[in-house]
Design a protein around this ligand. Structure first.
Ligand code: BDR
Ligand code: CA
Length: 313
């Protein structure tokens, strides 16, 4: 089975991605790392504990990682994800005191670097938050890029961003880390904001998904209520933009990817209007640019929907 490491800033859609991976029979989760992003990293770690408890998977090790970007101050997206990162519905969760697990000691980046070495060539990393932990792991272990199996990232934007006119949230939070990781790790599979809009889930599908019986579907319904209301108001015709589970689906299932394009991608770190912007160029040309990413263009929606549906069975 595929060996997977998830680096997350849970986050409503991170939770969906995590549950998708936990439900996928052919995937063995080696570890999970928490990173700052949507909410404070300690809240992210608590949310991982909540999900592992809900899914009866307290065997999976998880670790607390970076509490802020490499150089900038931490950001926050609680207006969308809730103050606790999971929609502010405490009654839905096991009481804090009932959570039987906590993050394992040691920094997540250290554990990640170690896991890549231990599973050389075999570990798929999927990153659905700012790339700070991955950047730190690259710094700790200089041959990590040659030892990692594959990196799948949700981040970047081709046409317009979702947090500024030019930048997507994960890249905007920590552009220095995003640039470092894309420079170091070859052939990163990149799911951009544009790609996630193109593959949004129809509201009718979401309604049916959330109406299923059982604890996991109920959890998902409660956790999504706030962000779903927000999206229905902001983008009524688009559907649920399932950013992070798309990246996780590609990480666990090769058949889900229909089309990708090799590109040279750099991340702007300096501009006041463009910080965190991802700039794509075709490889080759006069400058002999090398492709460092595989830009995801098309995903099999039926395959994706089936994987996500299984997450709440
Ligand atoms: C990304 O930003 C976060 O708020 C989401 O969890 C997702 O990873 C989308 O831009
Ligand atoms: Ca995320």
């Amino acid at each position: 089975s595929r060996k997977l490491w998830l680096d997350v800033d849970v986050g409503v859609d991170d939770a969906q991605g995590l549950m998708l991976a936990l439900a996928h029979a052919d995937t063995s989760i080696v570890g999970i790392s928490a990173v700052h992003g949507n909410v404070d990293v300690r809240k992210v770690a608590l949310n991982i504990a909540r999900i592992l408890t809900l899914c009866d998977r307290i065997d999976v090790p998880f670790h607390c990682g970076a509490d802020e970007p490499l150089t900038a101050a931490a950001m926050d997206a609680s207006f969308f994800h809730g103050l606790d990162g999971l929609g502010d519905v405490p009654a839905t969760f096991p009481a804090y005191s009932d959570l039987k697990l906590a993050a394992a000691p040691g920094h997540a980046a250290v554990h990640l670097a170690h896991a890549v070495g231990e599973h050389e060539g075999e570990l798929t990393i999927v990153a659905t938050g700012p790339l700070t932990n991955i950047a730190l792991a690259c710094k700790l272990c200089e041959d990590l890029p040659s030892k990692v199996g594959r990196l799948v990232v949700m981040g970047g934007a081709e046409a317009a961003g979702n947090v500024t006119p030019t930048a997507e949230y994960n890249f905007h939070c920590d552009p220095e880390s995003a640039q470092l990781v894309l420079r170091k790790i070859p052939q990163t599979l990149l799911v951009t904001w544009d790609c996630t809009i193109k593959h949004a889930l129809e509201w009718s599908w979401v309604d049916a998904w959330l109406s299923k019986p059982g604890a996991k579907a109920t959890f998902m319904r409660d956790v999504m209520a706030k962000s779903m209301a927000y999206e229905q108001q902001r983008e009524p015709g688009v559907g649920w933009i399932a950013c992070d589970p798309l990246a996780v689906a590609l990480a666990v299932c090769d058949d889900a990817l229909l089309e990708s394009e090799p590109k040279h991608c750099v991340v702007e770190t300096k501009g006041t209007l463009t910080r965190g912007m991802s700039v794509f160029q075709s490889p080759g040309g006069k400058a002999a640019l090398k492709a460092n990413v595989l830009l995801v263009k098309s995903i099999c929606m039926a395959r994706f929907a089936a994987l996500l549906d299984a997450a709440t069975d």
